[in-house]
Design a protein around this ligand. Sequence first.
Ligand SMILES: Nc1ncnc2c1ncn2[C@@H]1O[C@H](COP(=O)(O)OP(=O)(O)O)[C@@H](O)[C@H]1O
Ligand SMILES: [Mg+2]
Length: 350
Amino acid sequence: MKVLIVYNESDPEIYEQAPEISEEDLDFKPYFDLENSNPIDEYEAMAKALRRAGYDAYTLNIMDNLQHFFDNIDKNKPDVVFNLMELYKDVAIQEMNFAGLLELLDIPYTGAPPLALGTCQSKILTKRILSSIGIRTPNYRLVKSLNKPFRINLNYPLIVKPALEDASVGIEEESIVYNVDALKKRVKYVLEYFAQPALVEEFIVGRELNVAVFGDKEPEVLPISEIDFSKLPDDLHPIVSYQAKWDPYHVAYHKTIPKCPAPLSNKIRKEAEEIALKAVKAVGCRDYARVDMRLSEDKRLYVLEVNPNPDLQQDAGFMRSARTAGYSYSRALKMIVDFAYMRKRGSNGK
Ligand SMILES: Nc1ncnc2c1ncn2[C@@H]1O[C@H](COP(=O)(O)OP(=O)(O)O)[C@@H](O)[C@H]1O
Ligand SMILES: [Mg+2]
């Protein structure tokens, strides 16, 4: 089986920078490494893991030029494309179009189909679909401009997010607001800085759960992971902010610690599993996906978003859950390739 791992990092040099700060410069004790992992190394590690599983895997960086991809598939004729393509020429919606191209070319590929990738890019569309089948999501308003007076009609505290970003982009301390002045200020910032509508949601005080779903025809829910906020300094909100996700010199990065499996009662665990399966099915994800939820203090589960094709790095959420379920990295990756390959065989009757 020949597997092409395809990704698009138009500027791979940016990952070569050495850390400028050492542990002694920080006023807290880091929990993780001070170096962000280099995604290019991770793609190579994936290829290596697939080779360990017996597959002939190799990587291709498209470098913002589709011709590289066409030349490569003509030459190598991969059986499956492992689709890790996200931005193309910095445009997020091209992620779905690339999956569409793979459909047109009739090449088996891993992960979500175009429609699911497009749907989940809009948190609003996702929320509408989920609420229509009775899945709870935080109450919200979409604010497109501040020209007209607006009545928000939601209960504070609120969180203001860019409606079309992901990976905690635009999620900071200032995103959580307690009054209308702070709300307007943050909405203005999102409208101007991100040039997109602001999604204003009721802030769910409570715990944060990541629920990974694995499989195609009969997906299974992997052990649930929790982000432990208990070590965060009191002046920081318990959220996965941009700093918590990406800034290795920030205290939030080291004090938002994933725990898997999350200690949950059987009742809540089952409920979270059912919600995750229903949510993933409703938006059309497949192979691997992750549903982000909050569990409120009154024990209600709210879905924040559904992530198709979540990060597959070894230390990221999906693989942590897979490992806890007993799947090695190499086995989990091989299974994802197999889902794609079998789906194609199934549909062609070959
Ligand atoms: N309504 C909410 N209530 C509480 N926390 C939230 C809410 N919405 C977002 N957050 C926090 O912000 C983080 C990022 O939000 P999310 O909607 O998952 O967007 P993304 O991960 O795509 O940036 C979440 O992991 C959570 O910590
Ligand atoms: Mg999220």
